[in-house]
Design a protein around this ligand. Structure first.
Ligand SMILES: [Zn+2]
Ligand SMILES: [Zn+2]
Length: 130
């Protein structure tokens, strides 16, 4: 296996261990600092994004975050991310299909569910006084 393949594998396995997390290029670069150079991280992220294996989302503070979507577990799922605790969960199938249908009916918009990330406050955090 050549060096470039090795680097790509490290990045993919980093993502696979963090299926429902959105991570920044800096997170990946620092976690893999010993095996993957910073420029290789950026190069691979661009490539994986083009291949549709990861999606890029903008966080609240405008940092680009990446989430791995090539795992079967997350395929076609709408993700919701809690702005307080950072936890990401899947929208229930029922809510997702109602949302998808409502958008289609009202706005004629076909949603790419697997690429959606919603921000809000999760069940655990909403009951809690901050
Ligand atoms: Zn997921
Ligand atoms: Zn939360």
């Amino acid at each position: 296996m050549n060096y470039a393949t090795e680097q790509r594998k490290s990045i993919i396995s980093y993502f696979e261990k963090r299926l429902d997390e959105s991570v920044s290029a800096a997170d990946i670069a620092s976690a893999l600092a010993f095996s993957v150079s910073k420029s290789a991280v950026y190069r691979n992220l661009a490539l994986l994004e083009k291949e549709g294996k990861i999606v890029r989302v903008q966080s609240g503070d405008r940092t680009a975050l990446y989430r791995y979507v090539a795992s079967g577990k997350c395929e076609g799922k709408i993700h919701m991310s809690c702005v307080r605790c950072g936890k990401t969960e899947h929208v229930s199938a029922e809510a997702a299909s109602r949302f998808e249908k409502a958008l289609k009916d009202a706005d004629g918009f076909s949603l790419n569910k697997g690429e959606c990330l919603l921000f809000g406050v999760c069940k655990d955090c909403s009951g809690r006084v901050k």
